[in-house]
Design a protein around this ligand. Structure first.
Ligand SMILES: Nc1ncnc2c1ncn2[C@@H]1O[C@H](COP(=O)(O)OP(=O)(O)OP(=O)(O)O)[C@@H](O)[C@H]1O
Ligand SMILES: [Mg+2]
Length: 450
């Protein structure tokens, strides 16, 4: 028998070294090299991938009928996936402990119209059944298997022949060919790589649940996110009922899509009108609170931008931003100072996107500017108003994409004053739109409001 070999692998970038090093020479991260013992591979597995019937194909657009997506029946989930589960794909669902990952995946699995194998390394079959009963989602198509040994899981897959296999969670499963403990970088990476091989060759969809670390990253090597096709993050405040499912990476869909859910005793309910919940706790008479319409994937969502400006007593003014790019905020504050002559330089500015969303698109710039000005003047803006527009360095309000969708969403929720970029009026020509107020410059907006 040949000797067990040892190598050291970086958890961040996968760099391999024959000796342990404190700092990874490849990515520069400290203390990320982990010892990996490699047992000699058995001959049977070595011969696997090589066979006489290897086929090479032409890029001719030929698509087999097996490539049809599998719908989970939860429309918010399907939309984030890009229209359902793509056969042969591998989906990673990450999220904080107790946020509802198992619940989401279980609810989805019972609605899938084909055989599902639910492998749990964290809960016993009994515990899973208790949850399923509470959720009221008992289903014949879902087979349960409480196991952590990956070889045995493969045998179960062979036996059940599911269309979808769920691994809850990847940190509990281990490949017995490696001596490392479950949850270590090597195990997580190897198990995922073997699952991917299985999915690509058989068309089975693998959904793997992953824990996240203290910093909110999916535990395990970064390369795990490279291996899988789709990375979904399930987020939310534990103390709030709302949960957001967000695609961080998707080989088969738009990554801007979000799915919104509400957690209750009977599990997760889809929230089909997210604007309403994001505006739920708004107080219309508060200075610094402004509504905008942002595009989240294919959907327009109304959001509340909150700003608080307080005088700086000493030192440099503070700028704190939650849910909005900090550098973008600094630029907008400079524009307000220079173009609108607002004294932001002597004020601390705190900005928050209510509801826990993170917004990257510049179309909410105008709302950010108005919110800051409203707080500075200590004057609330009209509760019926929505502000849409990108703000340029000259203080000009620039056109944004898909204005009609945004207007429609604002009108749906009863807003009667929609401030939008003058440049967008061209695209609205000939269409019947009411209650819109075109603006060219931030000063136009401020003169009317304050
Ligand atoms: N009886 C109940 N009534 C209401 N909500 C419940 C009930 N039981 C559980 N929950 C909710 O479900 C959540 C746990 O969901 P779930 O087990 O799916 O989370 P998870 O992300 O898989 O957690 P873990 O990381 O521990 O596996 C709880 O935090 C709670 O919000
Ligand atoms: Mg769980």
């Amino acid at each position: 028998m040949s000797k067990t070999k040892t190598k050291f692998v970086c958890a961040e970038c996968g760099y391999e070294s024959p000796t342990w090093l404190g700092k990874c020479p490849s990515c520069g991260a400290w203390n990320t090299l982990e010892e990996v013992k490699v047992l000699p591979k058995n001959a049977k597995r070595d011969s696997r991938g090589m066979s006489a019937d290897m086929e090479i194909f032409t890029l001719n657009g030929a698509v087999t009928s097996e490539s049809r997506r599998i719908l989970t029946g939860i429309s918010e989930f399907d939309r984030v996936l890009g229209g359902g589960l793509m056969p042969g794909s591998i989906v990673l669902v990450g999220g904080d402990p107790g946020i509802g990952k198992s619940t989401l995946v279980m609810q989805a699995s019972t609605r899938v119209n084909s055989e599902v194998l639910y492998v749990s390394g964290e809960e016993s079959v009994n515990q899973i059944n208790i949850r399923a009963k509470r959720l009221g989602v008992l289903a014949e198509n879902v087979k349960l298997f409480a196991e952590t040994d990956f070889e045995r899981i493969l045998s179960a897959i062979d036996k059940v022949k599911p269309k979808v296999v769920i691994i809850d969670s990847i940190q509990t499963v281990y490949d017995p060919n490696y001596e490392n403990a479950p949850g270590t970088v090597t195990q997580v990476r190897e198990v995922t790589a073997r699952l991917m091989q299985l999915s690509k060759t058989t068309g089975i969809v693998s959904i793997i649940i992953g824990h996240v670390t203290k910093d909110g990253f999916i535990a395990g090597p970064k390369i795990l996110e490279h291996i899988v096709d789709t990375v979904l993050q399930f987020e939310g405040e534990k103390n709030h009922a709302y949960r957001i499912l967000r695609a961080q990476k998707n080989r088969f869909g738009n990554t801007n899509e979000i799915g919104v859910f509400e957690m209750g005793e009977t599990g997760l309910k889809e929230v089909l009108n997210p604007s309403k919940i994001f505006l739920d706790q708004r107080e219309t008479e508060t200075p610094g609170s402004v509504i905008t319409a942002s595009l989240e994937g294919t959907r327009a969502v109304l959001l509340e931008v909150q700003a608080l400006a307080t005088p700086t007593n000493y030192g440099n003014p503070q700028r704190v931003s939650t849910g909005f790019d900090y550098r973008r905020l600094s630029i907008l504050l400079a524009v307000l100072e220079k173009r609108a002559k607002l004294r932001v330089g002597t004020h601390n500015v705190f900005l928050n996107i209510a509801g826990g969303l993170k917004i990257v698109e510049p179309a909410i710039d105008l709302a950010v500017c108005v919110a800051v000005a409203s707080s500075l003047f200590n004057k609330a803006v009209d509760g019926e108003a929505v502000f849409i527009g990108e703000v340029g360095l000259g203080g000009e309000v620039r056109t944004v994409s898909q204005i009609e969708k945004r207007i429609a969403e604002a009108q749906k929720l009863g807003f009667t004053k929609i401030f939008l970029p003058n440049g967008n009026m061209k695209s609205l020509k000939g269409k019947k739109v009411e209650n819109v107020i075109p603006v060219k410059n931030i000063n136009d907006v401020f003169n009317g409001l304050f």
